[in-house]
Design a protein around this ligand. Structure first.
Ligand code: PNS
Length: 165
């Protein structure tokens, strides 16, 4: 049994909802690889994969070697196998997440039956937090303190100005 889990996502940028899921996961597994998925040919993200990895690394400084930040392109299950991880972690918020997550889990299981997906429920204060909404709010001049890690907030506000100009 693997004690290493991969927590994949776009993380554009990492939010406190993601941070909550990683901290919960550390109660269950020894090590979590927070893996930024990117498509080298098509990526409309605000932040480059390197910037996203850097923010994740900064957000989990206190956790030390139990949380690793990385980026990958290609199939998630291939990355999971290459990292000798046995588990994929995904966070669940509202019911709306379910169908998308169900499809992905089934496809990943079809591709790699020995890799299990575990779902963690976010705490209720992050039920509505998403990278997409955070970017939308900041892009329209709003602020999101408490929704993203402190180290992410200034970078997000700075990027919003650049995106708008
Ligand atoms: O944070 P997101 O955008 O909901 O994460 C989606 C992600 C990155 C987990 C998913 O798009 C993914 O696994 N991408 C890697 C490519 C892949 O394996 N695609 C098939 C998934 S069934």
């Amino acid at each position: 049994m693997s004690q290493i889990a991969v927590y994949p996502g776009s993380f554009d940028p990492i939010t406190n909802g993601h941070v909550d899921i990683v901290r919960r996961s550390l109660h269950v597994v020894e090590k979590v690889i927070v893996a930024v998925a990117f498509n080298p040919n098509k990526d409309s993200a605000w932040f480059t994969p390197e910037e996203r990895v850097e923010m994740i690394r900064d957000a989990f400084k206190a956790e030390g070697p139990r949380v690793i930040a990385d980026a990958f392109s290609g199939l998630l299950v291939d990355y999971v196998v290459a990292k000798k991880a046995g588990v994929i972690i995904r966070g669940l918020r509202a019911v709306a997440d379910f169908e998308y997550e169900f499809q992905m889990t089934m496809m990943n299981r079809h591709l790699q039956p020995q890799v299990e997906t575990i779902f963690m429920m976010t705490s209720e204060n992050h039920f509505y937090t998403s990278s997409r909404l955070v970017k939308e709010v900041v892009g329209l001049g709003g602020n999101v303190p408490g929704l993203v890690p402190d180290i992410v907030l200034p970078r997000l506000l700075a990027r919003a100005k650049r995106v708008a100009s």
